[in-house]
Structure formats: structure tokens, C-alpha cells
Design a protein around this ligand. Sequence first.
Ligand code: 3EB
Length: 306
Amino acid sequence: MLPLLPAYLENGSLDDRVLGLVRFGRSTSLSEGVLTVALPSLGAAKTEVWRSPVPVMRGERSGIAFAHNGQVLIGAVISNDSDIEAAARKTYEAIVRVARGEGYPFLLRVWNHVRDINSGAGDAERYKHFCAGRHESLTAAKLQNHEFPSASAVGMVDGELAVYFVASRSAGRQVENPRQVSAYNYPREFGLRSPSFARATVARFGGDEIAFISGTASVVGHETRHLGDTTAQLEETIRNLERIVTESGATTDAVRALKVYVRRDAKAEAMTSPLQSVFPAASLLVVESDTCRRDLLLEIEAIAIR
Ligand code: 3EB
């Protein structure tokens, strides 16, 4: 069995063993099952490909393009609604409906891309509206805090909302980071509705255990650390990653994929070698994007396998 891991490639195309294919570019679209998100890649890798060990079944329902293989379903959806709260609400309603309808009711991992994620002041920030819409749909679908999927939520420069996700036939195990307040318990200053995600989810497929580590940043407790200092934020983020990897039952050697989101003015080249020395087996995808807090200069997600 191939483990459920993404490959970060220069290019790629769909065939009958591809569960999901995402391109990182300058515009946002969903066409013929291929999602393109407006997050320019800063390296050679521009495509995320999820291969299946067995042929997949492909479909489309409620605006979601998906493929499944008997174990997992990977779906992609975009919304062109400029009301980001409504876009998030409808998108998450559709995700839950399709995941359950196709027989993959457990959301393991969700990637969220929000245009101009930091625009708007205070509670009017687009990210906070996104959080409100997501929260409303997930709680309407009867998900408890400890059932939220792992996630990332970052900015993009075109479109309104683009989301892709991995859902499973059997439940994953949610893992939190003791160095950090659980996002769903963030205090009121971070918005009327807390961000609905787990720090990690661990799933078992055949003999493999896969840990999906959420977008991780320089947050300790609930506070951003090291304002304006990219190097120190990277170091703090690595400490958070090491801890959540350990809490997930994996090791730093078992981290196989890292996606790095960096703000325009952060130095992306300086991140590669510290990351490769801590996570020697990881392949890297580096993209330019905003993060969900103005003061976070970078966010890093990971996938580990055992
Ligand atoms: C943080 O630790 C950084 O809203 O889905 C990371 C991962 C972050 C996911 C989300 C937000 C999300 O709070 C931000």
C-alpha cells in the first residue's frame, strides 16, 4: 500500500490513481477536478498530488469535485461569494453533506484559502467572518470541539474562498499541543467564534499511521511570540511542530511533507535549511501568502507517517 501522502511536484495531471491535485499559482479556479489556488509557489514545486494505491472513483456534488478509493475521499470546492461568512457557511455545509453522503463522514484535514484574509478591522476582519461561518456549519452538523479536523487557513490573492479536504470512513484521533491553547478555546479577542480546528489528527490506514499537523505558527498559549522577527518566529514554530509531532506519536524523522506559508516580506530562502535539518525526510513546498493573524510572518504544516 502507498501511504496517504502528498507529493510536491513541478507539475502533474489527473489519472485514475490520483485522489487530489492542487496547483499553487496566481489565480483561483476549479476545473475538471483540479483545484488551482492563488498562492504563488516560491520554489520549483508548484503542484500537490495525492496518489491512491488503487483506482479512484470520481464525482461532483453540491459544487464539490471529489475522488475516493474506499478508504478516503479528497474533495475540492471554491466559492465566489464575496460575503466570506456566507461563503464559509455554505462551503462547510456542502463539505459535510458530501462527505457523509459518499460514506466518508469523518473530516480529517481541511485546507482553507481566503482572499484578503486580514482585511477589515477587529471583528470585521475577513478571517473572523470566515471563522464564524465555519463554526456555524460545523456545530449545526453536530461536531463537538474535539471532533474538529486539523486545518490551515491562509490568505490568497484571487477568488473568494477555496477549500480542499481529506475525509475518511473511520474516525481520526484529535491531538492538541500542550504549549498552545486549543484554538477552539482562544479568548474573545481573537473573534466572536473561535477557530474550529484541531492541532493535529491521526488516522490509521492499513498498517500506516498518518499524522496531519495543522498550520503551526509562533503562537505560545494563545499569544503571538516574536513580533517582527522572522528567524525567532521560525524557531518557535519549529518548537511547536516538534511538540505536536511527538504528541501525535510520531518523530521528527517521520515528517514526510512540510508546507511553508510565508508573508511577502519574510525571507523564504532562510527557512529551508533549518527545516531540513530538523525534518530530514520532509519534502517541502514553499508558498507566499498572508496568515490569519497580521503579526504571524509564517505558518508551517506537516504530515508524518509511521
Ligand atoms: C494559530 O495557531 C495560527 O483557522 O483553520 C493555524 C491553523 C491557524 C488553522 C484555522 C488557523 C487555522 O492560531 C492560525
